[in-house]
Design a protein around this ligand. Structure first.
Ligand SMILES: [Zn+2]
Ligand SMILES: [Zn+2]
Length: 174
């Protein structure tokens, strides 16, 4: 959904659209797929140089657990606003956005790509470490098995180091 900046007036322009099965790969070993997301937007002009965009999105996405690397589904339900300005000096001083989820962006194009705005925000909201579940056990460093699916045979090998000392002590005695 792309909106021409020239067509945005003071009277709010409202609408909604869906993002479906959209695969995003930022290239940082961290991709996600927006399964189905409903986006509601409101767009209006504040002044000659400034445009306000308000968005709410909700739905679901698929992403990979940083601990076990398995894919899992996560819910989306967020709001954010962007103040677009064609005046870069204005952008530096603008800290008057309501709430913590506001951004200021310098308008560099004559269209605003609403879908891209949502995808960028989803990406920013994904924590560095995100897990399929709170107690994800991850992957065994020894054999690579996903420990959520059960223990592997390596477990018997991980003897407490203090016992290892005793073991070698006993061996010497023999
Ligand atoms: Zn996991
Ligand atoms: Zn193992």
């Amino acid at each position: 959904m792309r909106i021409e900046v020239a067509k945005i007036e003071q009277r709010p322009l409202r609408g909604n659209f869906r993002i479906r099965d959209c695969v995003e790969d930022p290239g940082f070993n961290d991709s996600f797929t927006v399964k189905d997301c409903l986006v509601k937007y409101e767009l209006y002009r504040i002044s000659e140089a400034e445009i306000m965009l308000k968005i709410h999105y909700s739905g679901s996405m698929q992403l990979a657990c940083t601990t076990c690397l398995e894919g899992y589904e996560s819910q989306l339900d967020e709001s954010f606003s962007v103040l677009f300005t064609s005046d870069p000096v204005e952008a530096e001083g603008a800290v008057t956005l309501e709430g913590k989820d506001g951004f200021v962006q310098v308008l560099t194009s004559d269209v605003i790509d609403l879908e891209q705005q949502v995808l960028d925000t989803i990406r920013l909201n994904i924590p560095m470490a995100h897990q399929c579940r709170q107690d994800c056990r991850g992957i065994c460093p020894g054999c690579g098995k996903n420990l959520n699916e059960g223990d592997c045979d390596c477990v018997a090998d991980t003897v407490d180091p203090r016992w290892k000392d005793l073991e070698s002590f006993l061996n010497k005695k023999e």
